[in-house]
Design a protein around this ligand. Structure first.
Ligand code: SME
Length: 157
């Protein structure tokens, strides 16, 4: 049984640096992808207090809700729809400083003000996305992108 060590005074970058090896250890000892995605969402929610953290999994021509932490969310998102579907379609990270300014943003919660979505690949195809919502405007930047990519690289799908 693991407990995640979090320093309350750490900067965002320091926190990611603290978490990375802990996540590596957590997920490399467990082969089941759902269990690992679930724990990654728990770590991120607990460490950063994000409003919502979750995975959507590619199932046919839709994304279907996977392991998450936070309020109830939309279960299905079409290809190219919303921030998640756009990340899937473009195969590129989406950093949205103000969700109200993103055309087609899907509002699962009115409390969500900014968002980051990373496409996750297996054999050059997007198989899932990691979606994180913040209740604050402009909460995400390239630091989040860099470390979240490193964290997700430990996951196998
Ligand atoms: N806002 C997302 C939908 C998922 S929820 O934020 C959990 C989107 O526009 O794709």
């Amino acid at each position: 049984m693991h407990s995640i060590q979090i320093s309350p005074s750490a900067s965002k970058e320091e926190l990611y640096q603290l978490l990375l090896p802990q996540i590596a250890e957590l997920v490399t000892n467990e082969p089941d992808p759902i269990a690992n995605m679930a724990n990654v969402t728990a770590v991120l929610k607990e460490a950063f207090g994000f409003w919502w953290v979750g995975f959507y999994l590619v199932r046919g021509n839709e994304l279907v809700l996977g392991p998450f932490q936070g309020p109830v969310a939309c279960t299905r998102i079409g290809y190219g729809k919303g921030v998640c579907g756009t990340a899937w379609q473009m195969g590129e990270v989406q950093i949205v400083p103000d969700v109200l300014l993103f055309p087609g943003h899907i509002a699962c919660s009115t409390h969500s003000r900014s968002e980051i979505v990373l496409p996750l690949f297996k054999n050059q195809s997007v198989v899932a996305v990691l979606d994180i919502d913040s209740q604050y405007l402009d909460a995400f930047d390239e630091t989040d992108q860099r470390y979240l990519e490193k964290m997700c690289a430990y996951l196998d799908f």
